[in-house]
Design a protein around this ligand. Sequence first.
Ligand SMILES: NC(=O)c1ccc[n+]([C@@H]2O[C@H](COP(=O)([O-])OP(=O)(O)OC[C@H]3O[C@@H](n4cnc5c(N)ncnc54)[C@H](O)[C@@H]3O)[C@@H](O)[C@H]2O)c1
Length: 283
Amino acid sequence: MGQLDGKVAIVTGGTMGIGAAIAEVFAEEGARVVIASRNAEQGEALATTLGSAVRYLRADVAKREEVQALVDFTLTEFGGLDAMINNAAITGAFHNRFLDDDLADFDQVVNVNLAGVMHGSQIAARHMAKQRSGAIVNLSSIAAAVPGYALLTYRAAKAGVENFSRSLAIDLGEYGVRVNAIEPGHIPTRNSAFGEHPALTAEQSAELTGIVDEIYNADQPLKRRGSPRDVAYTAAFLASDRAAYVTGQVIAVDGGVTAGSAFNQNRLLTEARARYLKDLGIG
Ligand SMILES: NC(=O)c1ccc[n+]([C@@H]2O[C@H](COP(=O)([O-])OP(=O)(O)OC[C@H]3O[C@@H](n4cnc5c(N)ncnc54)[C@H](O)[C@@H]3O)[C@@H](O)[C@H]2O)c1
C-alpha cells in the first residue's frame, strides 16, 4: 500500500529538480499527479515517463487565471484535489551585494515565488475547504530561515512564504485543511548550479562543483549534499494522512544546516585552546 493511495496532487514546477522528484515519489506512493510548469515539451516528456497516473499542464504560477485552469483541469481529469504542492520558484539574479542590485527582477521573483504560492494555495483551498480536507505544502528555503549573503529578493519572498504558510494554517484549520512549508537546504538542481558557467568545459564544471561541494559539506552537520528525493519524501509525508495532525509547520530538509554551523565558535575555541596547550607541552 502506498502512503498516498487514492490521493490527487498538483505539483507546480514539477518538471525538473525537486518538483520532478516530488511528482515521481508521489506517483510511486499511489497518488495521481498533475505537474505544471512553463516548459511543455519537458513536462509532457516527464508525464509520459512517469505513466498514466501523471498528467502535465502548462501553467505559469504568476498568472492567476492559469493556476485556476490548472486546478480545474485536475478536478476534471482526476475528480478531486487532495494535495497542492506549491514548488515552482525562480532564484533571480545572483547579486553578492545589495548596493549593486538594481532590483530589476524584483517583480518577477515576488510574483512567481510569493504571489504564485498565494494563488495556488487560495484556489486549491477553495476546493479543499468544501470537501473539508486537504494538504497544502509550500516550498520555502533555508534562505528564509537564515539571513545571509546575496539573493535578498529571493530571501524576502521565501520569508513571506513561511509567514503566509503559518498564517494560512490558522485560517484554514477549521476546514480540515493543513498547510505546511519545507525549507530545502543545498540540493543540486539547476536552481543551485554553482559549479556551472557557460565558458567551462564539462571537466572544469565537475572540478568547480567538487570545490563547491567541499565548502557546503565542511559547514554542514551531515557531510553530503541533499538530493531532490530527500525533499520529496518530506513532501509526501506532509501530504499524507500520517501528517493528519501537523499544520502550520516549517520543516527544514537541509542536512542540519539550520541547526547551526559545524564550525561553531565553541568548536573552534576548543580546538584552538587544545592546539595552544599542546604546543606548550601542557595536557
Ligand atoms: N535546489 C535547492 O538547493 C533549493 C534550496 C532551497 C529551496 N529550494 C526551493 O525548492 C523549489 C524547487 O527548486 P529546484 O531547485 O528544483 O528549482 P529548479 O529551477 O530546478 O526547478 C524549478 C521548476 O519551477 C518551474 N517554474 C519556474 N517558474 C515558474 C512559473 N512562473 N510557473 C510555473 N513553473 C515555474 C521551472 O520550470 C522548473 O520546473 C523552489 O521553490 C526553490 O526555491 C531549492
